[in-house]
Design a protein around this ligand. Structure first.
Ligand code: OGA
Ligand code: MN
Length: 202
């Protein structure tokens, strides 16, 4: 089963690519829920929060369970993932925050690490893609690195694909796109300082 593969991969390497996490029918239903009022994405937290177009130029919209059944079903699936990860890896994942992200022609997100500076409570990152018929020439690949800057993977943002990785260990970037690219980026957080560190071999 794929959730076993997820647990295995997180334990041994800290990241996993789960293709066909949702069917193409589910993807198109989810796409139909995407709101029209996007806001410029920011970088940092609270008083540090800034919109920095030099770092990222995508637009976002936070998921809310009242956006419709496809969205609440998605959030339910992510909660199942959370429980499974906690059951096997004892990460103490507590809640999930997620946003739709839209990249238009020329948009990108420079290399970054997902947890906030000075605050390490984003433990596990998920990125789910909603792009049917994505072609190499559309760009927009997710490039993943380890903390020694070795390239680990370059992934197409294709519909149905879910990428999962430990937030603190994998710098990553979104290469510029030549056409619209839509995803749902999300983070499982721990409650304050609780939660365990998963020490993967590196
Ligand atoms: C992010 C992010 C990756 C992607 O939103 O933090 O890194 O492939 N997204 O969309
Ligand atoms: Mn990121």
């Amino acid at each position: 089963m794929n959730s076993d593969k997820l647990i295995d991969a997180l334990f041994t390497q800290g990241w996993f690519v789960w293709d066909n996490f949702l069917t193409s029918h589910e993807v198109s239903e989810l796409k139909a829920c995407i709101p029209t009022d996007w806001s410029q994405a920011g970088v940092g937290r609270n008083d540090e929060y800034m919109t920095k177009k030099a770092i990222r130029s995508d637009k976002i919209q936070w998921l809310q369970s009242d956006m419709g059944p496809p969205v609440s079903d998605f959030l339910q699936r992510m909660n199942d993932v959370r429980l499974e990860v906690n059951r096997h890896l004892f990460l103490g994942l507590f809640e999930y925050e997620s946003h739709f992200a839209k990249y238009e022609q020329g948009d990108f997100y420079q290399k970054h690490v997902d947890c906030f500076r000075g605050q390490e409570n984003r433990k596990l990152t998920t990125v789910f893609y909603l792009n049917e018929d994505w072609q190499p020439e559309h760009g927009g690949r997710l490039k993943m690195y380890d903390l020694d800057d070795n390239e680990l993977a370059t992934l197409d943002p294709k519909a149905g694909r879910l990428v999962v990785f430990l937030s603190e260990l994998f710098p990553h970037e979104v290469l510029p796109v030549t056409q619209q690219r839509v995803s749902i980026a999300g983070w499982f957080r721990t409650n304050g300082v609780s939660g365990n560190q998963l020490d993967i071999a590196r």
